[in-house]
Design a protein around this ligand. Structure first.
Ligand SMILES: N=CN[C@@H](CCC(=O)O)C(=O)O
Ligand SMILES: [Zn+2]
Length: 412
C-alpha cells in the first residue's frame, strides 16, 4: 500500500542512513525540506523530495499536508509502562511534605507498585498497560523501551516482560524490553541486598535470557538501592547473556554509576539529574548515550539534567519520558520536548534531535527509526497547521499532532 503525503510545509529530520546519533553543536541543526512530499510504501519510507520534483505517483491514499509539518515519530527510550494500579496517594503525601525517599523508606514507592503487580493477573496487567501504550501512540510515540522492575520476584518479573513483549507483538509500535530486576530490594530480602542480587543473577537472569524476554539489562544505581559494586557485578553477569546495559544513574546522588555504565559499554545512562565534571569526562570518551527525563524532574520537583552543559561539552543527549506510576505518571513526549526547551534550555532543534534519532540510538534502533531516511520504518507524524516547528515546544501542554502513522499504519 502506497501512502503519499503532499504539500508538506516542512519535512523535518532528514538524515543519511549512516547518521546514528547527533552530538554537540550538530544538535543545533535539524535538516529539513520545505514544500515537500513523502512517499510511504507499506511499512517503509520509500522516497521524498520537494513538490516541484513530484513525479506522477499512483498512491492508494494521499494526505494533503498544506500548512502542516511532518517529522519522525518520537522514540521514547526509557519507560516503565507495564505496571498495575497507580500511586496517587503518594503524590498527595508528597504535596503534604513527605519526600520521594521518605515514602520509599516507609515501604511505599517501588515496593508499593511491586505488591500491586504481583497481585495482578497477567491479562489484567496487559489490559492496563495496553491502554497506556495506545495513549502514547496517539501522542506520537512510534518506538518505545519498556522495563520490568515492579515484579521483584522471578515469576512477576517474567510476567512483566511477557506483557511488554506481547504489546510489541500486538501493536504497530516497535518495543524494546529491559530487565530491571535490580530496581529495589523486595520485602522478602529486607536487610539482605546481596542475597537479592545473587538471586537475580542465579535465578532470574538465566530465565529471562532463556525465554529471550529482554534486549537490555538495567539497575537502579543509587544510595539506598544498589551500589556501584552491585552494578559492576550485575552488568558483568548480564554481559555473559549478551545483555547490553541501559541503567538508572545519578537521579539523587552522583556515586559513580556513570563510570560503571561506561566501563560495561552501556548503550545509555539515564536520569543524570545530579552530574559531576568527572561524569561528563567519562561520557566524552564513550559511545554511551546520556538520557534526560525532564517529566520526572517536573513531577518530583528535583533538578533537571544539565542537558545544556552536556551538549556544550560536545556530547549527544536523548530525551525520554520515564513513564511510571511513581516518579512520572506521563508518557507525553510532546511535554518532554517542551520541558527540555523551557527548563533545560535546549533549542527546539536540539530537543527534536534528542527525542527522535538520539532516542532511537538509546534503544538500538537508529538503523530503522528516528529520522526521515529512505528505507527506514514508515513511522511519521503530521502536525496540525502550525507557523513553525518551534511552535511545538512553545505551545506546551497543547496537542499539535494531528495524524500519527506507525509502521505504515495510521493510528486512529
Ligand atoms: N528511579 C527509579 N525508577 C523509576 C521510578 C520508580 C518508582 O517510583 O516507581 C524512575 O526511573 O524514576
Ligand atoms: Zn526509570
Amino acid at each position: 500500500m502506497k501512502l503519499l503525503l503532499t504539500n508538506i510545509k516542512e519535512l523535518l529530520q532528514i538524515r543519511e542512513q549512516d547518521t546514528k546519533k547527533i552530538a554537540g553543536g550538530a544538535m543545533k541543526e535539524l535538516p529539513s525540506l520545505k514544500n515537500a512530499w513523502l512517499l510511504l510504501e507499506d511499512n517503509t519510507i520509500k522516497d521524498f523530495g520537494t513538490m516541484d520534483s513530484l513525479a506522477d505517483i499512483s498512491a492508494e491514499k494521499t494526505i494533503d499536508c498544506t500548512g502542516k509539518m511532518v517529522l519522525p515519530t518520537w522514540c521514547d527510550s526509557h519507560t516503565h509502562i507495564v505496571y498495575a494500579g497507580n500511586r496517587e496517594q503518594e503524590f498527595v503525601d508528597r504535596i503534604n511534605g513527605l519526600s520521594y525517599q521518605e515514602i520509599a523508606e516507609k515501604g511505599g514507592g517501588i515496593l508499593n507498585s511491586a505488591k500491586k503487580l504481583q497481585e495482578t493477573h497477567e491479562e489484567d496487567l496487559y489490559k492496563q498497560s495496553a491502554q497506556r501504550l495506545e495513549q502514547v501512540m496517539r501522542m506520537g510515540t512510534g518506538a518505545i523501551e519498556i522495563k520490568s522492575g515492579y515484579g521483584l520476584t522471578t515469576e512477576a518479573e517474567l510476567k512483566m516482560l511477557r506483557v511488554a513483549k506481547k504489546l510489541g507483538d500486538n501493536f504497530p509500535v516497535t518495543v524494546k524490553t529491559t530487565f530491571l530486576g535490580a530496581h529495589a530490594v523486595p520485602a522478602e530480602f529486607k536487610g539482605d541486598k546481596d542475597g537479592y542480587l545473587n538471586h537475580i543473577i542465579t535465578n532470574m537472569l538465566p530465565k529471562v535470557a532463556q525465554e529471550n524476554l529482554a534486549d537490555y539489562i538495567d539497575i537502579f544505581c543509587e544510595k539506598g538501592y544498589f551500589s556501584v559494586e552491585d552494578t559492576h557485578k550485575l552488568l558483568q553477569a548480564g554481559n555473559s547473556y549478551g545483555l547490553m546495559p541501559k541503567i538508572h544513574v545519578n537521579q539523587f546522588n552522583a556515586i559513580g554509576g556513570v563510570k560503571a555504565g561506561v566501563v560495561h559499554d552501556a548503550l545509555s545512562v539515564d536520569h543524570l539529574e545530579v552530574l559531576t565534571n568527572a561524569d561528563i569526562s567519562v561520557l566524552q570518551n564513550s559511545d554511551t548515550m546520556p538520557v534526560a527525563l525532564p517529566s520526572c524532574s517536573y513531577f518530583l520537583s528535583i533538578p533537571y539534567t544539565p542537558g545544556r552543559e552536556l551538549i556544550d561539552a560536545g556530547l549527544p543527549l536523548a530525551l525520554a519520558t520515564d513513564y511510571n506510576p511513581g516518579s512520572t505518571p506521563s508518557g507525553n513526549m510532546n511535554f518532554v520536548v517542551a520541558t527540555a526547551c523551557i527548563k533545560m534550555k535546549l533549542t527546539p532543534e536540539e530537543a527534536i534531535n534528542a527525542a527522535t534519532l538520539n532516542g532511537a540510538y538509546a534503544m538500538g534502533l537508529s538503523d530503522t527509526h528516528g529520522s526521515i531516511t529512505k528505507g527506514k520504518n514508515a513511522s511519521v507524524m503530521v502536525t496540525k497547521e502550525i507557523p513553525s516547528y518551534a511552535y511545538l515546544p512553545y505551545d506546551f501542554g497543547n496537542n499539535n499532532i494531528e495524524t500519527v502513522i506507525i509502521n505504515g499504519k495510521t493510528i486512529e
